[in-house]
Design a protein around this ligand. Structure first.
Ligand code: LHQ
Length: 261
């Protein structure tokens, strides 16, 4: 698919999706949502891409649903169908992608734009970023997974404060609350993000995919259930060529080369 509203590239095993509607701080139109879902699927299928970086062009990361286009036909708008058709498949695809995902948060993330950042595994942010659960400011409630991811990341009480007030959380607070993994000067954002992305891209792909599933499982199950699931994953990981390669490389005092087998 040729993309009009985002940029898609793969370099050194790292795929980048950059939302590209800077004049609206990358607000999400139907076309952009369609392209974004397609691009995440492309990353899923690509043998060349081992890590995904999601970012925005211009001064914003993503301002959420494009309010202009959604309000254009108020009589016809069907929010349930809109969420089912556009947002839910995208959020599921992103969260379940068996490759590490990093939100490179270059600027403000609001509403469903913040949900996108939350659905990624890691968030690296530039100084000056702001986060808002903006939904309530327009009389709506969190959607696109925000009410799932946010309390798990920053705790119930802080998540409620953000969701109920629509407050802007600044960069230092975001770091202190654990909303982001790292806060870096704007001019180091790319170097930091791609440094981490390349390190992850050189890791064992099968184990990384399993780690994602394992942590998601652990967050939603009992200790006993999780121990059993960990055992299953460990059996699977221990049977990979990559595991053997890493143990051999360890004793040879060489860096391992992982092939995803
Ligand atoms: C925008 C937007 C935008 C269009 C900035 N749309 N143009 C799901 C399904 C169904 C229904 C509804 O919702 C959802 C989920 C959601 O995402 S609901 C939440 C939608 N998002 C928002 O309510 C956030 C709206 N934006 C803002 O509050 C501010 O723009 C933020 C806080 C993000 C940034 O503020 P500033 O840095 O002061 O920038 P700005 O407000 O001046 O925006 C720059 C331009 O971008 C401006 O256009 P203009 O022509 O005046 O330069 C805005 O109109 C446009 N823009 N967000 N979501």
């Amino acid at each position: 698919m040729a993309y009009q509203w985002l940029e898609y590239s793969i370099d050194d095993q790292v795929a980048t999706i950059a939302l590209n509607r800077p004049e609206t701080l990358n607000a999400l139109t139907d076309d952009l949502l369609r392209e974004l879902t397609d691009a995440v699927k492309a990353v899923e299928k690509s043998r060349d891409a081992r890590v995904l970086v999601l970012t925005g062009r211009g001064r914003g990361f993503c301002s959420g649903q494009d309010l202009k286009s959604f309000n254009a036909e108020p009589g016809e708008r069907d929010i349930a169908a809109h969420l089912d058709h556009y947002y839910h498949p995208l959020i599921r695809k992103l969260a379940n992608l068996e490759k590490p995902t990093i939100a490179m948060v270059n600027g403000v993330a609001a509403g469903a734009g913040m949900s996108l950042a939350l659905a990624c595994d890691l968030r690296i942010a530039a100084e000056g970023v702001r986060f808002s659960q903006a939904f309530v400011r327009i009389g709506l409630v969190p959607d696109s997974g925000s009410s799932y991811f946010l309390p798990r990341l920053i705790g119930h009480s802080r998540a409620l404060e953000m969701a109920m007030s629509g407050m802007m959380v600044d960069d230092r607070t975001a770091l202190q609350w654990g909303l982001i993994n790292r806060l870096v000067p704007a001019d180091s954002l790319e170097a930091e993000t791609y440094g981490l992305a390349k390190a992850l891209a050189s890791g064992p792909p099968l184990a990384l995919g399993m780690i994602k599933r394992e942590m998601a499982f652990g967050a939603a199950h009992s200790l006993d259930e999780t121990l059993e699931r960990e055992k299953d994953f460990q059996v699977e990981a221990a049977a990979t060529e990559d595991h053997r390669e890493a143990v051999t490389a360890f004793f040879a005092k060489q860096p391992p080369v992982f092939k995803g087998r």
